[in-house]
Ligand binder design. Structure first.
Ligand code: ATP
Length: 406
């Protein structure tokens, strides 16, 4: 990852995903979509516009409530989120703090050439609202019956008072959100089902260690304005145990705000209802951060990124033992081109096998294939496994069968 706008001195707390970063990030998003949309019968997807009619944010309660308590130090004028401070004195200079003001986190801009009040729009602070606003359209076109959910991945913007800790808290970030609609009496069952699904996502798909994840049942007095129950899934980051994801029971709060008539009709009873909602809300960037932290390991002077093979930017890399031997290089390239048709692959032509293995370990490539002189005689290659450094000799034609992405 690179600091955003680096050659211009950067832009505070903005980060760019580089060539390998974007692959890891895309793999995380694709794995989420596969698990929660493609592999389920009760889920459909959505990709809605990022700038919405401002009435959405009025009715959702964001214009009124989507704010953090901002305090300013009388002496050094540094600003902080009051709810994140341990003491009532400025953490930077010990000065006295002014009374807190509510600071709305939505980023404003103007749509069209005239910058007046009527042109004010907001960059969405979450992907969730579009799902509620499009609920009826999705219902009519997908013909889903309760319980069912709508998923969306996309950018969100928040004018955070204290961004920081690398990509943990930024003003521009990406979310993967699900709104799961149920009959009101079924919310507890659905909440428990999604709680299990979140664990399965974090441990089986992202490969995070169980002992680094904690559930925090939010106390009733601290719940967001729309929620009757929320669990935060927290992760043990090097800078402290903090939120990774949130999961909320949003009742029928949002649908009631957006629809004057109940938007769902029960096919059997013909009763019209406002479905209730369970919302698993995940940050892409925080997923990325937790995956990197959890996968990082050292073995002597070897750095190994023990990524789940499904998430690794490259699944396999190919090299040969001599960089100037035309026959060897040609053979290695041929194998690489063939693997590349099925797996994201890398080619290393430095002719130094030790360095080849070390550098692929460091970026998390689960398999390395090496071509040597024996290859030219019997069509076998060495395949090396990242985590164990163990090696086997296999036929070139069997290579693809030896690559498992689980
Ligand atoms: P926090 O308490 O850390 O401000 P939140 O409770 O406001 O977070 P939600 O509104 O529940 O966050 O957003 C859902 C998810 O989106 C979070 O769990 C997190 O993964 C991600 N997220 C929220 N804000 C940010 C941000 N500023 N930068 C990166 N990711 C974020």
């Amino acid at each position: 990852m690179f600091p955003g706008s680096e050659i211009y001195g950067g832009l505070a707390n903005s980060w760019d995903y580089g060539p390998l970063g974007v692959e890891l990030k895309n793999n995380i998003k694709a794995a989420w979509w596969k698990k929660f949309v493609l592999q389920r019968d009760d889920m459909v997807g959505l990709d809605a516009a990022l700038i919405m009619n401002p009435k959405v944010w009025e009715n959702s309660g964001h214009l009124e409530n989507f704010s953090d308590p901002l305090v300013e130090c009388k002496k050094c004028h540094h600003r902080f989120r009051e709810d994140q401070l341990q003491e009532k004195k400025c953490p930077d200079c010990g000065g006295e703090l002014l009374p807190a003001k509510q600071f709305n986190l939505m980023l404003k801009t103007f749509l069209g050439p005239v910058e007046d009040e009527n042109a004010v729009v907001y960059l969405r602070p979450e992907t969730a609202q579009a799902i509620f606003v499009d609920f009826k359209n999705v219902l009519q076109t997908s013909r889903k019956k309760l319980p069912f959910g709508i998923a969306q991945i996309g950018k969100a913007f928040r004018n955070e008072i204290t961004p920081g800790n690398f990509i943990f808290r930024t003003r521009e970030f990406e979310q993967m959100e699900i709104e799961y609609f149920v009959k009101p009496e079924d919310w507890q069952k659905a909440f428990e089902m999604w709680r299990q699904e979140m664990w399965s996502w974090m441990t089986d798909i992202l490969g995070l260690k169980k002992e680094n994840i904690f559930e925090n049942d939010i106390a009733p007095g601290e719940l967001a304005h729309y929620s009757k129950k929320t669990i935060d899934f927290e992760y043990k980051y090097p800078f402290g145990q903090k939120e990774l994801y949130g999961m909320a029971y949003r009742t029928d709060f949002d649908l009631k705000r957006h629809y004057s008539e109940p938007p769902y009709e029960d096919a059997d009873t013909k009763e019209k209802i406002y479905p209730h909602v369970i919302e698993p809300s995940l940050g892409v960037d925080r997923s990325f951060l937790a995956v990197l932290l959890d996968a990082y390991s050292e073995d002597g002077d070897r750095i190994i990124l023990k990524l789940k093979p499904g998430l690794a930017p490259y699944k396999v890399a190919v090299s040969c033992i001599k960089k100037n031997d035309e026959k060897l290089v040609g053979k290695a390239k041929e194998i690489y081109q063939n693997l590349k048709k099925d797996f994201p692959s890398d080619f290393d032509n430095r002719g130094n096998i030790g360095k080849f293995y070390y550098s692929q370990d460091e970026i998390g490539t689960p398999y390395c294939v090496t071509v040597d002189f024996q290859t030219l005689e019997d069509n076998t290659v060495t395949i090396r496994h990242r985590d164990t450094a163990s090696q086997e000799r296999v036929q070139i034609e069997d290579l693809k069968n030896n690559i498992s992405l689980r």
